[in-house]
Design a protein around this ligand. Structure first.
Ligand code: DX5
Ligand code: ZN
Length: 214
């Protein structure tokens, strides 16, 4: 069964709590929170207080995607803010295993993400200790972009590696997923779909979430 993690980046922030309630009531398993620092990516989104506010608004699983440089500086703070899954970028640090271990020592799930140009093999040394691998299907930084089709092959590659290693992380895809192309991601082997615009700009977000699960 496919899980759905709507990206709050595309929500109406004047109704943040209600937007979270809308998607979780519609069956979204995760709430995807995109943290951007204006350094690792050329955009600034939001940080710790907005994760805290989501924690107050829901008991659903908070899937926090850190697009920040040297994420090791902030793991504890995002954990304390209420993140359940903390996803950091392979490209943003040299201390991968230390970060995974810290996330686990805080009792949270650890995810690693790769940008479109980063090959799947870099993940291999960490696969046995990861809970989630996030394959970016657009350049991180902005919602509303078009999916880069080549990234789907990387999803299949990651799935193959997972099987070979006997690892059991979830595979998540993020960026440009729509009702029309979600089946391609599912065929490629994803377990979790992130979608921002497709959910929040739709007239009926609940129907979009349901269609991803069909
Ligand atoms: C992009 C973010 C995504 C983004 C997805 O850097 O990581 O989560 O918000 O938005 P859509 O679904 O609109 O591409
Ligand atoms: Zn994201």
């Amino acid at each position: 069964m496919i899980k759905v993690s709507p990206s709050m980046l595309a929500c109406d922030f004047t109704k943040y709590g209600a937007e979270i309630e809308k998607i979780t009531k519609a069956g979204a398993e995760y709430v995807h929170l995109d943290v951007m620092d204006g350094v690792f990516v050329p955009n600034i989104s939001f940080g710790i207080p907005v994760v805290q506010a989501a924690r107050k608004a829901t008991d659903a699983i908070l899937d926090v995607h850190l697009m920040i440089t040297e994420p090791e500086r902030y793991i504890k703070q995002f954990s304390d803010a209420g993140a359940d899954i903390i996803v950091f970028h392979y490209e943003a640090t040299n201390n991968h295993q230390e970060i995974i271990d810290e996330i686990h020592s805080l009792g949270k799930k650890a995810g690693m993400s790769i940008k479109p140009a980063t090959p799947a093999f870099v993940l291999e040394p960490f696969m046995s200790s990861l809970d989630l691998v996030l394959v970016m299907s657009v350049e991180p930084g902005f919602g509303g972009q078009k999916l880069i089709p080549e990234t789907l092959e990387k999803v299949s590659k990651v799935k193959e590696m997972r099987q070979l290693l006997g690892a059991d992380f979830e595979i998540e895809i993020d960026g440009g997923i729509t009702v029309d192309n979600a089946h391609l991601a599912i065929e490629a082997g994803v377990d979790v779909i992130v979608a921002g615009s497709a959910v929040f700009k739709a007239e009926n977000p609940a129907a979009v979430i349901a269609s991803f699960k069909e």
